[in-house]
Design a protein around this ligand. Structure first.
Ligand code: FAD
Ligand code: NDP
Ligand code: HEM
Ligand code: CU
Ligand code: FE
Length: 467
């Protein structure tokens, strides 16, 4: 009985597909994928492995995996693989020096010995050292070599051939698979805690890809098939990206903020100072920021829905929906989520700032001064019914609007979006599914307050009439 079959205590007899790995252990992705994040709790039952993962007690049938290299990533891979029930052989140029760093259950040995037995070998080394492995070529024939490497930005520009393709050219008799490069050593070791760590995998050999996919799944990751090895360059570029989808929306938000801040500064601070010689510079940190934030939030929110309207107009004008949008519109449509979330961020800040307004000392002085004026004027009761209602409604609508916007933002979280079907998602997030006409008829209203317009635009409230 292979170690895998004892996972969860019951012999797994499910509809497993052959893994093609040494030892013939059956990887049942269902039972294996539920790995907890902690590496100190290996999947294999504790009857089989003690807390030190003592090798002697690991059944020899456990699927064997070789790792070349003994650096940070090799260490993380070994720890994770041991915790996932694999038998790990680490090949180092200097096994004596490095053995102490690895879990006891991982066998640290020479490169030759580490690749002798396993069918799958992870190459945890940098590209420039690949050629030093050429002496192992015969031993590696027919085996699966997994390229986990990440090029630096400079290397990525310098070489037209991806690291994985380069490895494949050095070892034409082996099967090369690109995988795991998007996972950092830290995540590899501590485990995919958010439950949705995707590992793009590509190879020219579907069977090898399948084997590595099962292995990734049993390590707690979600394999994503990226096709042939020609995609390796794209896969290697992934970790180099720095929030590419956020750059333009963030700059846009910043630009809008600067614009509105300058405007509000001129209106609320500079003009009173120049014309009436009043010192209102205390407004700079809170008040001017708070009047600018909702304006940014509003403009951003309208920029989320405007491209949909433009797209619809364009389609009507063209008389067909089967033609590509111009690039600028296409990009705009694709950035709506980011723009929407930035709008939410500004609105949330505005709410925080607004709730803090009465905490300010200036507010207290204003209140006291007003009170003194009342006393001097011999007024004992100040209550303007209209003002009271105005403020109640103002804050109530603001909070409702904020709550609605929060719903939009929360459903943007992948884990939540994934749990909704398309109908549910489009109920919360207005979507391509429904006709534009239904949504562009903003309920007409003679009330011009900001919160009001916002509410009437939101689909959840679309059938409501506020005024
Ligand atoms: C806080 C917040 C969070 C958000 N989070 C998300 C999110 O997680 N995910 C998300 O997708 N959006 C998100 N958004 C953005 C917004 O909810 C969606 O982009 C929504 O789809 C916009 O709908 P719309 O009313 O502009 O209509 P659209 O969906 O733009 O539709 C208008 C019309 O244009 C046409 N059209 C639009 N796009 C295309 C296209 N690519 N090809 C062909 N025809 C097209 C359709 O015929 C459609 O009828 C978020 C917004 C906010 C404020
Ligand atoms: N660190 C990370 O977070 C991630 C790393 N990676 C990739 O994993 C690979 C290894 O990275 P990492 O572990 O951080 O790097 P390290 O520098 O920590 O490890 C590299 C290892 O390569 C081995 N090696 C074999 N031949 C040579 C040689 N000729 N010269 C120098 N070293 C050699 C060494 O092991 P020994 O001396 O025992 O032979 C060394 O420990 C890289 O390709 C990297 O892009 C991918 C994702 C994340
Ligand atoms: C999505 C939510 C919201 C949006 C889009 C929004 C929008 C706006 C806008 C455009 C203004 C006018 C700013 C100006 O020019 O002076 C404003 C002002 C204000 N909002 Fe909101 N608001 C939202 C939520 C809230 C909430 C939840 C509250 C209260 C808890 C609130 C309280 C205020 C207050 C007190 C002002 C007056 C600020 C000032 O002193 O000028 N808003 N809001
Ligand atoms: Cu209204
Ligand atoms: Fe209003």
């Amino acid at each position: 009985m292979a170690a895998w079959c004892l996972v969860n205590g019951t012999p797994a007899q499910g509809p497993e597909r052959p893994l093609g790995m040494e030892g013939g252990g059956n990887l049942d992705p269902q039972s294996v994928a539920k790995m907890p994040g902690e590496m100190d709790k290996p999947l294999i039952s504790h009857h089989l492995v003690d807390s030190n993962y003592s090798l002697a007690e690991v059944p020899s049938e456990a699927p064997k995996v070789g790792i070349l290299g003994s650096g940070d990533f090799a260490h993380s891979l070994a720890t994770r693989l041991v915790g996932s029930g694999f038998c790990v052989l680490v090949g180092s140029r200097n096994p004596k020096r490095t053995a102490g760093l690895f879990p006891a259950a991982a066998q640290v040995t020479s490169q030759e010995e580490a690749v002798a037995c396993p069918e799958v070998i992870l190459v945890a080394m940098f590209r420039e050292h690949y050629s030093s492995l050429c002496s192992l070529r015969d031993q590696l024939t027919g085996k699966i070599l997994v390229d986990v490497s990440n090029p630096t930005e400079q290397e990525h520009l310098q070489y037209h051939q991806s690291n994985a393709e380069y490895l494949a050219s050095l070892f034409p008799t082996s099967t090369v698979v690109k995988a795991f490069n998007v996972i950092s050593a830290w995540t590899m070791q501590s485990g995919p805690r958010d439950g949705n760590r995707q590992v793009p995998i590509c190879s020219n050999h579907p069977e090898a890809k399948h084997t590595i996919s099962l292995m990734a799944r049993s390590m707690g990751f979600t394999p994503v098939d990226m096709g042939s090895l020609a995609s390796a360059r794209e896969v290697e570029a992934m970790p180099l990206r720095l929030l590419p989808d956020w750059k333009v929306p963030a700059l846009l938000a910043l630009g809008l903020f600067v614009f509105f801040y300058a405007y509000n500064f001129t209106r609320d601070v500079l003009q009173p100072y120049v014309q009436e010689n009043k010192n209102k510079f205390y407004k700079l940190p809170v008040s001017v920021v708070n009047t600018s934030l909702p304006c940014v939030a509003f403009v951003l929110l309208s920029l989320v829905y405007l491209p949909g309207v433009l797209a619809a107009a364009l389609q009507l004008q063209r008389g067909t929906k089967y033609r590509r949008f111009p690039d600028w519109l296409d990009h705009w449509l694709q950035h709506r989520k980011q723009i929407g979330l930035l709008s939410f961020f500004c609105a949330a800040l505005h709410v925080l700032y607004s709730l803090c307004l009465p905490l300010r000392r200036s507010h207290r002085y204003d209140l006291v001064n007003l009170a003194v004026k009342q006393v001097l004027a011999n007024n004992s009761h100040l209550w303007v019914e209209e003002e009271v209602w105005r403020m109640e409604i103002y804050i109530s609508l603001g909070l409702l609007a904020f709550g609605t916007l929060s719903l939009l933002a929360v459903t943007s979280l992948p884990s939540i979006a994934n749990s909704l079907n398309w109908k549910e998602f489009s109920f919360v997030q207005p979507s391509q599914q429904r006709g534009v006409s239904a949504r562009t008829t903003v309920s007409s209203c003679d009330h011009t307050g900001p919160h009001c317009i916002l509410l009437s635009r939101s689909p959840l409230w679309a059938s409501w009439r506020w005024c």
